[in-house]
Design a protein around this ligand. Structure first.
Ligand SMILES: Cc1cc2nc3c(=O)[nH]c(=O)nc-3n(C[C@H](O)[C@H](O)[C@H](O)COP(=O)(O)OP(=O)(O)OC[C@H]3O[C@@H](n4cnc5c(N)ncnc54)[C@H](O)[C@@H]3O)c2cc1C
Length: 591
């Protein structure tokens, strides 16, 4: 094969990822500096487009609300692992970022008086947990779609430069500064170096590492591995959220908005079992609580169907008109994937892997931080992260529904502003390192020129099946140790992986193999973090350590990786100091 060309581009601000976080950052940065976005897919195909139920903000459109209540719910929902300064900032900025979207033209659903429609969502309450509240602002059940298209239009208007269908391969650093990325042009083939003054990762979550999941095919956590491979840490990866209502057998999401509108769960005896697990809020308890309750019902033999392996979600009683008006996408999903007409019959559901709480550690300014015990909050120069790829950490051990669309708007905006200020303060670009992108270039060339006998598909299948089985809703020392051994073997096999397609244009065999390499890297961090954490907190549930242990484990996990792929763990304190209000200390669980 002849030599593949390397093209160099120069921009002030470079954003990797064009979901809600990336586009919101690009919009902000492009107000003051030259801004480019690279994305593996066309921007409006990013996973944000699939978000259904809504975005949380204490607008008080339906009933009186307060950002302090929102903050309390988020901290409690995080099982006290969320950083309270970042959470305060997010909840205080929520009304502002939602009204901004409205002014950009985002087509929200409306109340009778013309204000933005708000619905109930799990874990969102009034008066510090007293009862459920309508806080989630929605565009029917296609909120992410409305949001992403609105932002993309605004970015185009603001002359953001897009490099669509470019795949980031390596994070480029020079003497501690992040100076851009090396990427592969998926459509044509070819290497591209993006040299930037400031780089922001908004590469989304890592949930494709689980077999049953609600996520887009591209959610393979690339940003995490690129950081790990550059010697930077990742935070709290063991906290993986399982959403209670994935369609049985396929995993597609049925939004929590269904339960917010009055739908509820039933076991095989027709019992509303959630009243036993969460006596105050029943079906609107936080996702970890509902998912475990469902799994427990099935374990106790009260699941539905011949194998007792699903639960029923009933919503026909809320009426066909309301379903068609507020939940049209859900009606369609249930019809296509579960073959049920949900205006007449319940939808069979099981927990589905849904959201990654962990990610690249940042402070509340979306600056990536070194995150070790000596210098936990020391920023890495020129590097920013926002959205599901980042760990701010506003979701701690468990995210509340509708807080992610909020997270991506707030930290996209804050990060975009911050990176633009930093870029503007540098008179010139920090130079590229010698031989920039050498490792990424070699990785691709080895695959294109090599002839390894192993195939990506078989390794990926085993990875996602075993991660689900051994590192899923319930975990124990035994299952996690088994998984550690399996990962070791899969990594050995991956060293001998080969691709059948040797072409340059649209070589998805190549891209998926690179993604598999990324997933193997950070799966080790998920498993090591989960094995070490001998407690149950939020979405991390250890059957052998069922209680939360604040004395030993009220801290964030940090994982780094050496050249051989060995993972090392470290820890850092939870930031317990809010900006203005009193600290919320860990309390006994009330459900
Ligand atoms: C089905 C579903 C429903 C949801 N509903 C809600 C909801 O109602 N409310 C809520 O708050 N949250 C919801 N969520 C969660 C929320 O949608 C996501 O957490 C959020 O949209 C993530 O946004 P993001 O910008 O961080 O990443 P994404 O939207 O996932 O975008 C990631 C971007 O990174 C790019 N990228 C990735 N790797 C590379 C690479 N190697 N090179 C170049 N580019 C790369 C991709 O092209 C993409 O543009 C839902 C999630 C799902 C899956």
């Amino acid at each position: 094969m002849g030599d593949i060309p390397v093209t160099v581009h120069k921009h002030d601000a470079l954003i990797v990822g064009a979901g809600g976080a990336g586009l919101r950052a690009a919009l902000e940065a492009s107000k003051s500096v030259n801004t480019a976005v690279i994305s593996q897919v066309f921007p409006t195909r990013s996973h944000t487009v699939a978000a259904q139920g809504g975005v949380a903000a204490s607008l008080s459109n339906v009933e009186p609300d307060d950002w302090v209540w929102h903050m309390f719910d988020t901290i409690k929902g995080s099982d006290y692992l969320g950083d309270q300064d970042a959470i305060e900032l997010m909840c205080r900025m929520a009304p502002e970022v939602v009204i901004e979207l409205e002014h950009m033209g985002m087509p929200f659903s409306r109340l009778q008086d013309g204000k933005i429609f708000q619905r109930r969502f799990g874990g969102h309450t009034k008066n510090f947990g007293k009862e459920a509240i309508c806080r989630t602002c929605a565009a029917a059940d296609r909120t992410g779609h409305a949001m992403l298209h609105t932002l993309y239009e605004q970015c185009v208007k603001n002359h953001v430069i897009f490099y669509n269908e470019f795949f980031a391969l390596e994070l480029l650093m020079n003497e501690g500064h992040v100076v851009g990325v090396l990427a592969w042009d998926i459509a044509n083939g070819g290497f591209h170096i993006f040299h930037a003054k400031a780089t922001l990762f908004a590469t989304g979550g890592y949930i494709r590492v689980y077999k049953t999941n609600s996520n887009a095919h591209i959610n393979t956590g690339d940003g995490l591995s690129l950081s790990l491979r550059a010697g930077l840490p990742v935070e709290d990866l063991e906290f993986v959220q399982f959403h209670p209502t994935g369609i049985y057998g396929v995993g597609n999401l049925i939004t929590e908005g269904v339960r917010g509108e009055g739908g509820y769960l039933l076991n095989k005896d027709g019992e509303r079992f959630m009243k036993r697990y969460a006596p105050t809020v029943w079906d609107l308890a936080s996702r970890d609580v509902v998912s475990r309750a469902m799994a427990e019902e099935m374990r106790q033999g009260r699941g539905c169907g011949p194998k007792g392996d699903y639960i029923l979600l009933k919503l026909d009683h809320i009426g066909a008109d309301l379903i068609h008006e507020r939940l049209p996408g859900i009606w369609e999903l249930a019809y296509v994937f579960a073959h049920v007409d949900c205006t007449k019959e319940p939808i069979p559901v099981t927990p589905t892997a849904h959201y990654s709480m962990g990610g690249i550690p940042t402070n509340r300014f979306a600056e990536v931080v070194l995150g070790n015990m000596e210098k936990p909050e020391e920023p890495v120069k020129g590097f920013y992260a926002a959205g599901e790829a980042a760990c701010a950490s506003v979701h701690g051990a468990n995210r509340l529904g509708s807080n992610s669309l909020l997270d991506i708007m707030v930290f996209g905006k804050v990060g975009g502003k911050r990176m633009a200020e930093f870029a503007a303060s540098l008179p010139e670009h920090v130079p590229l390192p010698e031989n920039p992108g050498r490792k990424g270039i070699e990785e691709v060339k080895n695959l294109l020129n090599g002839n390894g006998p192993e195939r990506m598909g078989a390794i990926w299948d085993e990875l996602k099946e075993t991660m689900e089985f051994n590192c899923g809703v319930f975990r124990t020392e035994e299952t996690l140790t088994t998984q550690r051994g399996i990962l070791k073997k899969l990594c050995e096999r991956f060293k001998k992986v080969g691709i059948a397609d040797k072409g340059l244009a649209f070589n998805l065999d190549l891209i998926e193999t690179l993604e598999l390499g990324h997933m193997l890297d950070f799966s080790k961090a998920i498993v090591e973090g989960a094995l070490a954490r001998q407690e149950s907190r939020g979405a991390h549930y250890r059957d052998d350590y069922p209680n939360r242990d604040d004395v030993n484990w009220h801290k964030h996990t940090l994982a780094t990786m050496d050249e051989d792929g060995t993972i090392y763990l470290d820890y850092k304190p939870v930031r317990m100091k809010p900006l203005t209000v009193p600290t919320f200390e860990p309390k006994e669980r009330v459900y």
